[in-house]
Each structure stands twice: as C-alpha cells, then as structure tokens.
Design a protein around this ligand. Sequence first.
Ligand SMILES: NC(=O)C1=CN([C@@H]2O[C@H](COP(=O)(O)OP(=O)(O)OC[C@H]3O[C@@H](n4cnc5c(N)ncnc54)[C@H](OP(=O)(O)O)[C@@H]3O)[C@@H](O)[C@H]2O)C=CC1
Ligand SMILES: O=C(O)C1=N[C@H](C(=O)O)C[C@H](O)C1
Length: 237
Amino acid sequence: MKIALYGYGKMGKTIERLAKERGHEVVLRINSENAASITTNELKAADVAIEFSRPELAETHIKKCIEAQLPVIVGTTGWYDKYNSLKKACLENDSAFLAATNFSVGVNLFFALNKQLAKLMQPHSDYKVEVEEIHHTEKLDAPSGTAITIAEGILENYSNLTNWKLDEASDSELKIAAVRTPNVPGTHEVRYQSAIDEIAIKHTAHNRDGFALGAIIAAEFIINKHGVFTMNDVLKI
Ligand SMILES: NC(=O)C1=CN([C@@H]2O[C@H](COP(=O)(O)OP(=O)(O)OC[C@H]3O[C@@H](n4cnc5c(N)ncnc54)[C@H](OP(=O)(O)O)[C@@H]3O)[C@@H](O)[C@H]2O)C=CC1
Ligand SMILES: O=C(O)C1=N[C@H](C(=O)O)C[C@H](O)C1
C-alpha cells in the first residue's frame, strides 16, 4: 500500500516506521513546509492518505483527499464540528473517509467497556461520575477527542446527566478534567465515586505505537471502499 502522510510529526513518523514493518511504502510526507504546493496528481500517486496534523488544518486536508478521490484516515482531533459537512462531501464525491478520536485497539475496547459500565451504573444515582484525561504539554486541544468520545458514551447510556463540561461542571453535568504533563502519550480514566466506594476504569498508552498501528490497520481496511466508516467497522466491535 502506498501512503501519503498529511502531518509528519510525532504520529506521522511513528506511522512511517510501523507501516514499513508491515510492508507498506510512504510516498508523500506533507508538513508545514510543502503543504501549500501539494498537487492532486501527487496525492493520486498514493493508495491512501493518513492525516495527523493540527485541528485547524484537518478540514482542508480531508477536502483535498475527497476531491482527489483518495481514501483518507483522519487522526487529528478538535475539528469535529465539520464532520457532517465532510461526510456529505465524501458521499457526493464517491470517495472514502474514516475518522477516529483514538485509533488504538485498546482504547476502542475501552469505549465499549465504558458504555457497558454506564448502563450498569444508570440506576445508581448515589455515584458521581467524572472523566479525566492526561496528555503531553504540546497538545493543542482540550479536552482530548478520546475524552469527548468517552463522555458521549456515558451520556448515551446514563441519563442522569445532560451534557459534558470541561473542568467546572454542575451536578447535572459530566465533568471532564484535562491535565497536561510533559511526555504523557495519553491516559484516560472514568471514575464513579460514592461515599462508600469508587469504581474506575483506566486506559494508559505507554507510547504512540497503538495509535499508529490502528491507523495503518484502518488504512488497509479502507482501500477500494467507498463511504464513511468508523473504527467499529474496522474492528467489528
Ligand atoms: N486519533 C488518534 O488516535 C490520535 C490523534 N492524535 C492527534 O493527531 C494530531 C497530530 O498529533 P502529533 O503527530 O502528536 O502532532 P505533531 O505536532 O507532532 O505533528 C503535527 C504535524 O503537522 C504538521 N503540519 C503543520 N502544518 C501543516 C500543514 N499546513 N500541512 C500539513 N501538515 C502540517 C507539522 O509540520 P511541521 O513540523 O512542519 O510544523 C507536524 O509535522 C493531533 O491533533 C493529535 O491530537 C494524536 C495521537 C493519536
Ligand atoms: O494529542 C495527542 O497526543 C492525542 N490525541 C488524541 C485525543 O485527543 O484523544 C488521542 C490520544 O489520546 C493522543
């Protein structure tokens, strides 16, 4: 598989290393220096694009791939207000795209576990639930995309709360705490606390390999497909 990398930072470089180990080739590396000059023909030399750049750039990158009918895997977080319009554009152009707030297989299992736990906790309103995410200090968005997906999973299954809120939350809101600590790849925890006890589930990424491998597996999945997909389609969760 020939890969175009939109974004060649921490994630782009990790993806290149793991993609080579799986027999794939990176044919295009796009960063701030060459992004403006990339042509549709250059994009079309790849079988798939993998996008891990910056929140404010994701929409433009996805649009370029859709217009070139190049399937695109999107890992960048913090742009999801554009998701529905990009989904429409993808379907109109008969292209393919898959975005995930977190590509790690472990986190996608954690998402399923989180929903199950929220269902179990629904009748037990004496517990107070909160989400905490910890990331490295270069992270541009807060809360993390993963924490938002976790919060949505709780709110869908636990009707005691109305919406999520970053840091300060009222009794009817789900608090997400965002902590920034140097060099942390990504830690997410859900805690239900009462005066009597605490139930917690936690995912700790030890490095970025899980995110990168999941994105490559998603790229292998999307080749020759048309439409909009999620990691649930890839992992059959
Ligand atoms: N969904 C998931 O599983 C995961 C998502 N992420 C998300 O992925 C994104 C990237 O993370 P990470 O790799 O750690 O970030 P980095 O800051 O390490 O890398 C960002 C890259 O984007 C590049 N860039 C800047 N401007 C442009 C441009 N105009 N066109 C193309 N590329 C450009 C930068 O290039 P330059 O160096 O030239 O400035 C850099 O190579 C973030 O949004 C993060 O939240 C991260 C991990 C997992
Ligand atoms: O910026 C990061 O690094 C990460 N971002 C993603 C997110 O916002 O959830 C995924 C992962 O936690 C790492």
